[in-house]
Design a binder for this molecule. Sequence first.
Ligand code: KG4
Ligand code: ZN
Length: 362
Amino acid sequence: MGETLTILGLESSCDDTAAAVVRKRGEAPPEILSSVVRGQAELHAPFGGVVPEIAARAHAEKLDLCVEEALAQAGVGLGDLDAIAVTAGPGLIGGVLSGVMCAKGIAAATGLPLVGVNHLAGHALTPRLTDRLTFPYLMLLASGGHCQFLAVEGAETFTRLGGTIDDAPGEAFDKTAKLLGLPQPGGPAVEAEAAQGDAARFAFPRPLLDRPGCDMSFSGLKTALLRARDALIAEKGGITRADRADLCAAFQAAVRDVLAEKARRAIAAAPAGLTALAVAGGVAANRTVRAALEEVAGAAQLPFVAPPLALCTDNAAMIAWAGLERFRAGGRDDMRLAARPRWPLDDRSPALVGAGKKGAKA
Ligand code: KG4
Ligand code: ZN
């Protein structure tokens, strides 16, 4: 039968305040008993980006409400828990601190063990929660703030095979939307436009494909798009609906090609015995990108695993789960647990030049 573990997870590293309860009973599949996410999009919308001070205050106000709701939805009390897991980084320091302080408060009041979790480990271990993947598998994390290929070899063993040296792909989608007057977040808006467009009309670059390895770059693409847009404006005084759709399609095709080719290389560079290619992060919602990655996985005879979108984007179920994996392996923290704005998952690989400029979102 085996042991039963019930873990409360807290997440507050960027602009989502979240709490969740996850339970693992013996050999049975893990269960998400509740997953509460309170976004802050409307608070930040007037500023065109996440404002750290506003985010930190909103987290501090909402965390305990999220915890109450998560416990109520799960039908458990604090006494039913085995530990409190909390994102201890990387992320916006004010938000991470709010979460760590809240978790410490609950741990001090109840005597429950505290488990600090790396937010990226939360994303990277999600396919074990949703699809029970076994190690090692390859994970592409592609979001608004991060882009990296990770060989996931154990609950605390990750090897970064490559990553972006500048912008994250979600950030590039968002900037493209901004340049073309489309709403934020840019990804879904650009994808919808691209569906009507002709990707062959503009020859945008495929950055870093000419160099070996799995590192990526997306900031040049945005510049190419800006130039193409300005050339159209200079020529005709503006851009038409069709121009915009074609620009979006060409941009999306370039992102797709880069991610697909780098995924091919990451599979080749990964440890032997990979069980799957998995994806997480908002960009994994893109159907064109997803189809290309699925094809790459298929060609390498690997299953392609994409957790449901609500578990691909920021949430606390992934933190509870990563905490559970750490806890059952003996991982514990105490009141000295620090909030870390930067916390690479794989500190053996060299830091990426310029990566995480935007810093906060993962
Ligand atoms: O993982 P996520 O929800 O948040 C973090 O960055 O942590 O990812 C959000 C990013 C945004 O940049 C958004 O534009 C992008 O994911 N995104 C997409 C799509 N949906 C969301 N990018 C491309 N195509 C989409 N359908
Ligand atoms: Zn994230």
